[in-house]
Design a protein around this ligand. Structure first.
Ligand SMILES: Cc1ncc(C[n+]2csc(CCOP(=O)(O)OP(=O)(O)O)c2C)c(N)n1
Length: 330
């Protein structure tokens, strides 16, 4: 049994709000290790960190069943973990090891995990909108009750395919939710320089149920997403959810000097005043759902789980060179 399956068994018994706290911590500490692996030159290639945006993936995925589908992006670790992926197999993938989700041939931007309904990350901006919509189409045809969630950054709003699929999804009343993570920047450009008008008016023009939410508030994200998932599941059609959020790190791990496109003060304000984990922690304590000691213990548990997962990946074998042309569909 993988460590994640054990973890999710334990988590099933947990208070749902405590479980969301744990899941957000898992993403943050997973990615802290990713940054460390990159800095120590132990990881080939780059990674795009999701730190700061954890409440979106967790709030959304907590409203889904294991059999529901998600599609993800180049900034996809948080989506995979929130849907139930194993940190061991994810780290193995990042380090190019055979034990990884794609046998070490995909890396950070191409993790897929059919067992948890994760149809895969996609390095092409908006590349998974058609996949999620197709999954929702199949779900409707097969009447298997599954909902598909398509995560994408606000940069994808500039891609025509998004409007083609939203149009079809509305015409066919497909069970798909388009989740736009507006972290303010498309690479090194503020979204206001690339995106005209009001974002939610765009899906609303196609008749999609459209909402926006504070993406730093895991409970708010979960509440609105539950409603959208329920209506999609009962056949009321697609929806669009705009989550307003922020990435703390650079566009990718190598984007260190960022002051030419955003101020350090802005980053500091989000980290100090709008941190999704700290905000949820304060709420749990205030509501007496957990005390600080319990939350600190959870932190240590997750931290040690991630360190063990890194070690698993470091010790794992590389694929044999004879397999170089296997499992590659390009
Ligand atoms: C079709 C396409 N154009 C350009 C790129 C290069 N690119 C990679 S990530 C990115 C920015 C994406 O921004 P956004 O969608 O807002 O997501 P974020 O990185 O903010 O999470 C761009 C332009 C790409 N991968 N695909």
């Amino acid at each position: 049994m993988s460590s994640t399956l054990q973890t999710s068994k334990i988590s099933e018994k947990m208070d749902v709000w405590l479980r969301m706290y744990r899941q957000m911590l898992a993403i943050r500490l997973f990615e802290t290790e990713v940054n460390e692996l990159y800095t120590r030159a132990l990881m080939p290639g780059l990674a795009h960190l999701y730190i700061g945006e954890e409440a979106v993936a967790v709030g959304v995925c907590e409203s889904l069943r294991q059999t529901d589908y998600i599609t993800s992006t180049h900034r996809g670790h948080g989506h995979c973990l929130a849907k139930g992926a194993s940190p061991n197999l994810m780290f193995a993938e990042l380090l190019g090891k055979e034990a990884g989700y794609c046998k070490g041939k995909g890396g950070s931007m191409h993790i897929a995990d059919p067992a948890t309904g994760n149809l895969g990350a996609n390095a092409i901006v908006c590349g998974s909108a058609g996949i999620a919509t197709g999954a929702a189409f199949s779900s409707k045809r097969l009447a298997n009750d599954r909902v598909a969630v398509c995560f994408f950054g606000e940069g994808a709003l500039g891609q025509g395919v998004l409007y083609e699929v939203m149009n079809l999804a509305q015409l066919f009343k497909l069970p798909v939710i388009y989740v736009c993570e507006n972290n303010l920047y498309t690479e090194y450009t503020h979204f206001s320089e690339t995106t005209a008008g009001d974002i939610v008016s765009r899906p609303a023009a196609f008749g999609l149920e459209s909402a926006s939410v504070d993406g730093q508030d895991v409970r708010a994200v979960n509440e609105v997403c539950r409603r959208l998932v329920e209506r999609a599941r009962r056949g009321d059609g697609p929806a669009f959810l705009l989550c307003n959020t922020y990435r703390y790190h650079g566009h990718h791990v190598g984007d260190i000097n960022r002051e030419y496109y955003r101020a350090k003060q802005e980053e500091q304000t989000w980290r100090v005043e709008r941190d999704p984990i700290a905000m949820h922690r304060a709420w749990l304590i205030e509501q007496q759902r957990a005390d600080a000691e319990t939350l600190d213990r959870l932190h240590s548990e997750v931290e040690s789980e991630m360190k063990k997962a890194v070690q698993f990946a470091i010790n794992a074998a590389y694929p044999n060179t004879s397999q170089v042309e296997q499992h590659v569909y390009a």
